[in-house]
Ligand binder design. Structure first.
Ligand code: GLN
Length: 224
């Protein structure tokens, strides 16, 4: 399905990025915590059949999944309470591609520093992340990031009690840095961000994720 001509589509074109063709299967947004509505709105604006996911059945029909930010320790508890840990592990091992933001990136990382003892880490992304590395809520900030993969116009995003990415594995591609630290990375078809693009509403990172689904079919499985 082609992206309809819309304000968000125009922004993608203005950045010189070819329109992604939206996947015909639904794209889920894990709807346990965080900016679910904002992610759904951006995906809908890009022509995607985007749906909230709270059950294994809802997950099973999705071609890809957005895991929003929030609080990784709380999200981990909710994933357990909603019996989603095993279905998520199975789906990701089977090639489900994930777009993760902030707490979502923490959840999928291989190593979490400053996590709670025994904090759930799916170990999908070959990253070491440090929770709350910039400080608490008052240390949250907005920034205009250079992300060459989405065009020359900087992307305005919000860092909210964000983690830092302390190190990345060899299969991880760094797409953007802030203060010389990676903040947007790609591993196979997974796209992981330490910030929130949905708050400022720029659709280009979601569009990049969708393009990756088409361009790199089946490459989203974990490497380790
Ligand atoms: N500090 C949060 C955590 O540890 C993440 C914050 C966010 O997702 N905005 O999970």
């Amino acid at each position: 399905m082609a992206i309809p001509t819309s304000t968000s589509g125009a922004a993608v074109h203005a950045a010189g990025i070819p329109s992604p063709s939206a996947p015909s299967d639904p794209v889920g947004v894990l709807a346990l915590q965080g900016d679910v509505r904002e992610h759904l709105a951006i995906l809908n604006g890009l022509g995607v059949d985007a749906r909230p996911v709270r059950t294994a059945g809802e997950l099973a029909v999705c071609a890809a999944l957005v895991i929003p930010g929030g609080e990784s320790t709380t999200m981990a508890r909710l994933i357990e309470a909603f019996d989603l840990e095993a279905p998520l592990r199975r789906a990701i091992a089977g090639g489900l591609a994930c777009l993760t933001t902030c707490a979502g990136t923490i959840l999928l990382a291989r190593v979490i520093e400053d996590g709670l003892p025994g904090q759930l880490a799916f170990g999908v992304l070959d990253l070491t992340v440090r929770r709350n590395a910039y400080g608490g809520q008052q240390a949250s900030f907005e920034a205009a990031l250079d992300v060459p993969a989405v065009g020359s116009e900087p992307v305005r995003v919000a860092f909210i009690r964000a983690p830092t990415i302390e190190s990345v594995g060899p299969t991880v591609e760094v797409l953007a840095c802030h203060d010389r630290r990676p903040v947007a990375v790609r591993q196979g078809r997974h796209l992981a961000l330490t910030f929130h693009p949905e708050i400022t509403g720029d659709p280009r990172l979601h569009a990049l994720f969708l393009r990756g689904l088409e361009a790199r079919p089946g490459a989203g499985a974990p490497t380790g």
